[in-house]
Design a protein around this ligand. Structure first.
Ligand code: ADP
Ligand code: MG
Length: 447
């Protein structure tokens, strides 16, 4: 049995279900519980914690392993060894019969058999286990299996019948932790998270304890608690997503990259507007087939959506700073081109714009020069809604000089209007000056 995570947070309801099943198996018919959840949701940790809470109960733990799926009777062998039987060659009948013997011989009044990661149990062992589950002793055995949500497709109907037998079986579906539990988990790991930071982290990871734990380890307290800094995906997760993206054709890759600029969901039309030439239906089919994006109609609008916020974050943070910046700028420009005002994509263009911080645009990324100290000061005043004349007064320079700096900033960043500048850098969503000047259009750029 693997060491259970210590300390373990939440899951009181699920623990209660397992405790009841254990109590009932002691007095009534033997029982089966199937614990299902996405990888990392804490299935193994839950069952480990349940056994740790019942130290007097005899338990036997076996697990499927991805790299042993093709090893015949690998899990039967684990079970034999775990119960002290000598290694032996087994065939289908012998294995099945022996498993029944093993479980029958477990001590009364109740014993627990855990089959962790059922999806990776080799097919021969799986057949023997199915035989066993259909012949559990009349009482005294609790079998707990863990598996991902879509395991039924792999297992077929006979297993489905075992897990739906009335009065003898139940299923537990593990969702992510809630924000309070994420906060608790952080505290146990020695990290202080504010309430809203915990909510943000929960939303970003769907409360998946594996991803929450990874980000708690990889990010600084500042990065976790500052709402203006977009959260990345955990490194290992991001590497897997980027490896999948790298396998796509250039057009499909361009589509995924463009979609990441807008957030988890984006109107298809907006994504296509910035994805570049050649990004057409085949690219869309490809990304959908690779399950990197879903193509759905929502409220009458065709939308692309990433399966998870983490998938989007992996793609978004995988872009070079210059690529991110130019895609943001293209998104802002295409938003300007949409006739209806206020533009429905404005918040999307602003979203996650922080990594486009001026400092990150390096000459080696773009061929453009980075902004000078003076240009940065001008940008920050432009963002506060000051006119060139007001900026000139604030910096004790002439209006002509300010115009010169503004022109250079626009050149370097590939922007055309002051509004694009606001949309790129306005992190907190407040842009009253933008509302006032929005009607003045591009003439503002040369103000
Ligand atoms: N409720 C929990 N409290 C604290 N840590 C948890 C909890 N659930 C899972 N974890 C931790 O998250 C990680 C992933 O959990 P694990 O049980 O391996 O997921 P799964 O078996 O569903 O893939 C492990 O490091 C585990 O210790
Ligand atoms: Mg597990």
């Amino acid at each position: 049995m693997p060491a259970h995570s210590n300390p373990f947070v939440g899951r009181q309801g699920e623990m209660g279900v397992l405790q009841r099943a254990l109590a009932e198996a002691g007095v009534g018919p033997s029982r089966t519980v199937l614990v299902q959840g996405e990888p990392g949701t804490g299935k193994t940790a839950l069952v480990g914690s349940f056994l740790a809470a019942n130290p007097a109960v005899r338990s036997v733990w076996v697990s499927g392993a991805a790299d042993e799926v093709t090893v015949q009777y690998a899990v039967v062998d684990q079970l034999r060894r775990a119960t002290g039987r000598p290694p032996a060659r087994v065939d289908a009948i012998a294995a099945a019969v022996e498993l029944v013997d093993i479980v029958d011989a477990l001590p009364a009044p109740v014993a627990v058999l855990v089959i962790d990661d059922l999806q990776w149990v080799d097919p021969d062992s799986r057949r023997a286990l199915l035989y066993l589950l259909r012949r559990l002793p009349r009482r005294g055995a609790l079998v707990v299996c863990t598996a991902p949500p879509d395991v039924e497709q792999l297992l077929g109907r006979s297993w489905a019948r075992v897990f739906t037998a009335p009065d003898r079986s139940c299923r537990l579906h593990l969702d992510g932790l809630d924000a309070g539990e994420v906060r608790q988990l952080a505290a146990h790991r020695g990290r202080r998270l504010g309430r809203s930071a915990a909510r943000r982290l929960r939303e970003h990871t769907d409360g998946n304890p594996l991803h929450v734990s990874a980000l708690l380890e990889e990010l600084t307290g500042e990065a976790l608690n500052d709402p203006t800094r977009p959260l990345p995906a955990p490194r290992a997760y991001a590497a897997r997503v980027l490896a999948r993206v790298a396998l796509l054709t250039p057009e499909a890759r361009a589509l995924v990259n463009a979609a990441s600029i807008f957030g988890t969901h984006a109107p298809l039309r907006a994504v296509l507007a910035i994805a570049g030439p050649g990004v057409t239906a085949p690219a869309l089919d490809e990304v959908v087939a690779h399950r990197l994006l879903a193509d759905e109609v929502r409220a009458g609008m065709r939308e692309l959506s990433f399966p998870r916020a983490l998938t989007r974050a992996a793609v978004y943070h995988g872009l070079s700073a210059s690529r991110r910046c130019s895609l943001h700028a293209a998104a802002a420009r295409s938003a300007l081109a949409v006739p209806a005002a206020p533009c429905p994509f404005v918040h999307l263009c602003r979203d996650g714009a922080a990594p486009c911080a001026l400092a990150e645009v390096r000459p080696d990324d773009t061929g453009r020069q980075p902004l000078t100290e003076r240009e940065r000061s001008v940008v920050s005043l432009v963002r506060r809604g000051l006119t060139n004349r007001e900026i000139a007064a604030a910096l004790f320079v002439s209006t002509k000089t300010v115009e010169y700096h503004v022109h250079n900033v626009f050149e370097k960043l590939g922007l055309h209007t002051r509004r694009e500048l606001w949309w790129l850098w306005d992190q907190d969503g407040r842009a009253p000056e933008m509302a006032q000047t929005a009607t003045n259009g591009t003439s503002q750029a040369a103000d």
